[in-house]
Design a protein around this ligand. Structure first.
Ligand code: SF4
Length: 307
């Protein structure tokens, strides 16, 4: 089959993931290395790293360990993890992405400010993110869990807003986003919260702005990819999107491709490619998430060229 295949040059690991993987590889040593949680949400890359000695553990396993070394991935961790490490004499190789570290610090600072200086009702921290996601757990941990997590959920009838009812609209809202969320969804959910605040205060939307502070904390690399990917998905007849099914960023970027090109397909490996997706002389764009290695995109391109 003759296909014109192009790999999106902007796809592949983000800087945070590259840094964490390079650091892991440098520190593997003869006995391997423990990683707290999957260093990347991609089973193919995890398999490669596992074969050279990177062992994934969870927090319960870490609690039972002593006198060893554990790597913290780019997503970051809540303060409790650092305490466990200290108590168990565990050396940490901290690969928290600098962008995530900055966000954690911003949330901590805002929380301490709103608790110290307020005239009237105390403000609340709201995090737009996927509940249970490692980065979100790390963010919520900065304020001892005293935060409301909200998310946009896609349903058959459109979108719904998860967790938004837990926000007390009569108290000021300080909202932050998980770094890998969709910028457009962030705008949508902030608009909804702003409208709820205006109703609760019986004021105009402009007046409601006094009660909401929106922090633009989506990673710039991610935001940039959204813009580029729309263009890339539009110019090809078929899109093969490669990422782990557990990748939060993968889901967001795949949905974006699908929204502009209905012939978009999500795969984890070449074994999932179906021939009926393709026809002679198709132009096929291959792209992926911030957790998709370049080598995997190249494998897919090679596979298609050999069909
Ligand atoms: S997406 Fe951005 S913030 Fe998140 S790990 Fe990658 S570089 Fe860091």
């Amino acid at each position: 089959m003759n296909l014109n295949v192009e790999i999106d040059t902007q796809s592949g690991f983000c800087n945070g993931v590259i840094r964490a993987i390079n650091t892991a590889e440098k520190n593997l040593g003869d006995n391997g290395l423990y990683s707290l949680g999957a260093i990347v949400h991609n089973s193919e890359e995890l398999g490669r790293l596992n074969s050279i000695g990177l062992k994934v553990i969870d927090i319960e396993q870490m609690k039972g360990m002593r006198d060893t070394t554990v790597l913290i991935r780019a997503h970051g961790e809540p303060p409790q993890t650092y305490e466990i490490a200290w108590q168990n004499n565990i050396k940490l190789i901290d690969c928290t992405c600098p962008v995530v570290l900055k966000l954690q610090e911003k949330i901590r600072d805002t929380y301490s400010e709103i608790r110290q200086n307020h005239n009237g009702p105390c403000g609340q921290i709201v995090i737009f993110g996927k509940e249970g996601h490692a980065e979100v757990n790390g963010l919520v941990g900065q304020v001892n869990g005293d935060a409301v997590i909200v998310d946009v959920i896609h349903t058959e009838n459109g979108v719904s807003f998860k967790g938004i009812e837990k926000i007390d609209c009569l108290r000021p809202v300080y909202i932050f986003s998980q770094t890998t969320k969709d910028p457009k969804e962030y705008v949508t959910i902030c608009g909804k919260i702003r409208s709820n605040i205006s109703q609760a205060h019986n004021c105009t939307l402009e007046e409601a702005d006094r009660y909401i502070k929106i922090h633009n904390t989506i990673c710039r690399q991610v935001a940039q990819r959204h813009e580029n990917l729309v263009e890339f998905a539009r110019k090809h007849s078929v899109i093969i999107f490669v990422s782990g099914k557990e990748s939060s960023n993968g889901k967001v970027l795949y949905d974006l491709c699908k929204s502009v090109n209905k012939n978009s397909y999500h795969i984890q490996n070449t074994g999932q490619i179906e021939l009926w997706w393709l026809k002679e002389n198709d132009s096929v764009g291959i792209c992926g998430a911030t957790s998709t290695p370049k080598w995997q995109l190249e494998n897919v391109a090679e596979y298609l060229k050999n069909l």
